[in-house]
Design a protein around this ligand. Structure first.
Ligand SMILES: [Cu+2]
Length: 284
């Protein structure tokens, strides 16, 4: 099976120094943030819209209170790009180590461990994605994984008390770096929780109904694209251990293959899917 493009996308994306990113708080929105913020019903998460172009990433709000926040990717720079929330004190090193981990070079597993230690990822998604996550006080980056452009936002003040939408189905990563689910995959809201000690993402590819575990095992050890792969599916961006998100997601009445292609923190250059982090599940 050909390696899905997602990991390589991230890798290509992460030469920040080369991209000439201006790191620092974006002040453009700061003054108007309060005026523009439309307060929702009590208990409803604050909604932040993300627009990404070839030149910049823009948020409808760059300063808000801690608690559950809902993000929505209104526009991405290029087809296939996605946005992810990242918190780190050392952006440059995060991307360098990530690049090393994904390159498959010796030392990659240690590099991935370093990323895990110095950075926290709070999920994300592609154009149209809507997800909720609990954010504490601090400064964060919103990164477009294709263009490498990013912007910053600040979370500050009193807790909002907003509640996360109750999911219709749940997927989580276990301590053994495997996927487990609450049962069939159903929408409209799907939660994804990382209960593992490593960083994971969730790629859900549609596959033909009769696809078996044996088919998947064969495909993972082959260079050919499997015949049972179908167009469509979805993707939840990378999340650090302990992070839980809930995504607004339409789920088709179809079989899905869940996979994570993050580089391992144990074996140099081996993505989790090749270590068994895949799971067949039916959508309902
Ligand atoms: Cu993983």
């Amino acid at each position: 099976m050909k390696l899905p493009t997602k990991v390589s996308t991230l890798v290509v994306a992460v030469s920040l120094a080369a991209a000439g990113i201006a790191i620092g708080p974006t002040t453009a929105n700061a003054g108007t943030a309060d005026k523009l913020a439309r307060p929702g019903a009590p208990g409803t998460p604050k909604a932040v819209r993300i627009r990404s172009t070839d030149h910049k990433v823009k948020l409808s709000d760059a300063r808000f209170r801690p608690g559950v926040v809902q993000f929505r990717v209104v526009k991405t720079a290029a087809r296939g790009s996605s946005l992810v929330i990242l918190q780190t004190d050392n952006l440059d090193r995060t991307f360098k180590e990530f690049d090393k981990a994904a390159s498959g070079a010796p030392g990659g597993a240690d590099a991935m461990k370093t990323v895990d230690r110095i950075a926290t990822f709070y999920g994300g998604g592609a154009e149209g994605a809507r997800w909720q996550v609990r954010l504490g006080t601090g400064s964060y980056y919103m990164v477009d994984t294709r263009t490498n452009k990013l912007t910053t936002f600040k979370v500050k003040g009193e807790q909002t008390g907003a509640k996360m939408t109750k999911p219709d189905s749940a997927v989580w990563a276990t301590k053994q770096n495997q996927f487990e689910t609450s049962g069939d995959l159903t929408g409209n809201w799907v939660s994804f929780e990382n209960k593992a000690r490593e960083i994971h993402f969730l790629e859900a590819d549609r596959v033909a109904d009769g696809t078996t575990s044996s088919d998947v095992r064969k495909a993972l050890n082959s260079d050919k694209d499997p015949k049972w792969a179908l167009p469509g599916g979805f993707f939840f961006e990378i999340q650090s251990p302990g992070v839980k998100t809930v995504h607004r997601q339409d789920v088709k009445n179809s079989r899905y293959l869940l996979m994570c292609w993050m580089p391992s923190e144990e074996q140099d250059g081996v993505p989790h899917a090749m270590m068994g982090m895949w799971h067949l599940i039916d959508g309902a």
